[in-house]
Design a protein around this ligand. Sequence first.
Ligand code: SF4
Length: 304
Amino acid sequence: MPLKLRFLLTNACSARCTYCHNEGQQKARDRLDLAAIGHVLDTLAEGGVNVSEIVLSGGEPTLHPQLADIARRCKASGAQVSINTHAGHPTKLAPALPWLDELKIHVDSFDPQRQRASMGIGIAKVRQSIALAQRHGQAQRFINHPLQSLDEACAVITEARALAVDVKLIELLDTAGGKPLLHQLPWAELGYQPAGQGHWQHRHGTHRVLTRRCGQGGSEGGELFIGPDGVRRDLQAPILGMPEAFSLDMLPAACGAGQTRKDTGSIHANARNMIRLTRDAWSAMVLHDRRQACPTPLPVQRSA
Ligand code: SF4
């Protein structure tokens, strides 16, 4: 079964959202090191585990000084790599863009005052990040918008469509306090029609709005949350160990929990591992070449 990894790169965040759960992390340590990430990926590759998706999250992942190296290392594993960011630091995000398949930008409002009041982030910087991603990356771009007001959601969808960026609309779990629901949005009035489960498409063009409830989703196989304070199978689950000491025993049952390297020591498993490692090396080499050939130089990252 495929495995989804969520690397929670740092506890730190320069935004201040009132509903933040900060991915359930403790504050004992601040950052997840590139070396620890490399150890996790090497261990999984040697065990023949299929990592289908890697999410770089936090806190705010662009505050991690090794973000670009981490994104490149993750991409070399052969997995799809995405990032969850508030995009308020475009120059920190830019160096990672060539290694990303998906860029998910959390926006509460495109109105400068309301965005500042809600998240403490300037929307002008967010627009710069979107423009950089459109110029320099091939990552698919999404605006992640937590549904708090129908009017605001309508405004965000309209603005995102003008920017040619798809939207992921998230219904918050706390709807008892009068928070709106996804089905209350005036979809037809906005010009959107259903195109599948949780999928709306504008009747003119290809602009999409994907919807889900907070906490819904997840991967078909297993999922691991790996942060500076430890490895967990769920945000609320107990810590299984530190990332530097990651072992195959920490895997969810769906991905072969308890499977040790000795268990995969057959000639077939070793052949699979060899093919995977060769593919990863090839993928890293091709990506490196593509980056060298990029005709438009990336902006220089300023110091943190
Ligand atoms: S941007 Fe994300 S991590 Fe940062 S305060 Fe807001 S919800 Fe929390």
